[in-house]
Design a protein around this ligand. Structure first.
Ligand SMILES: [Mg+2]
Ligand SMILES: [Zn+2]
Length: 197
């Protein structure tokens, strides 16, 4: 069984980010073209999972029921355009809780690797902020920055040396998917369970 897997950040990558946190399903608003981009990945045989810091939980800004409502909305809107996210992995902790799953730490990615029985080396991971890509690179994922959300202000700039080596930048999730689907199949990461590529 080979798995083509893409790991996506949520806020600022799939949906609009907010400095006040996305706290409810009503505030969960997809970015233009993002859901369609996920559907295109799925149709090309890619499984998509989300890895998301949700410190709003730890900060008491919303509860797990509200988070579930946001994801129910995401799944419904995705289904309406023929797309699917397999699973949402999230860090519920506040920064003070010193967990291992809050990006830039790699805990969420490690959970994903365990769930899929995969070495994540070379698996594309997309995010709008430095810490997403640091977490991704820590487990060997291929880091991709989108210029939406927090990444919008980096548009047209050279990436600082803080970014993992080999980070590629794209205008948005749709542009990332254009890029990925244009890669020759042979260069695409497929991974037998537990095997190194
Ligand atoms: Mg983000
Ligand atoms: Zn955590």
């Amino acid at each position: 069984m080979q798995t083509k897997l893409v790991i996506l950040d949520r806020d600022g990558t799939i949906n609009q980010d907010s400095d006040d946190y996305v706290k409810s399903a009503a505030e969960w608003l997809p970015l233009p073209g993002a859901l369609e981009a996920i559907a295109r990945l799925n149709h090309a045989g890619w499984r998509v999972v989300v890895a998301s810091n949700q410190s709003g939980l730890g900060r008491g800004l919303f509860d797990v029921a509200a988070l579930n409502d946001m994801h129910t909305k995401m799944h419904k809107l995705l289904a309406a355009v023929g797309g699917r996210v397999d699973a949402v992995f999230y860090c519920p902790h506040s920064p003070e809780e010193t967990c291992n799953c809050r990006k830039p730490l790699p805990g969420l990615f490690e959970q994903i690797g365990e769930r899929y029985g995969m070495d994540l080396h070379g698996v594309p991971a997309v995010g709008d902020s430095l810490r997403d890509l640091q977490a991704a690179a820590a487990v060997g994922c291929a880091p991709h920055l989108v210029h939406t959300g927090k990444g919008e202000k980096l548009k047209g700039q050279l990436l600082s040396s803080d970014f993992p080596q080999g980070t590629l930048a794209h205008d948005d999730l749709g542009a990332f998917v254009d890029w990925l689907l244009a890669q020759p199949e042979s260069s695409v990461k497929t991974n037998k369970a537990g095997a190194h590529a």
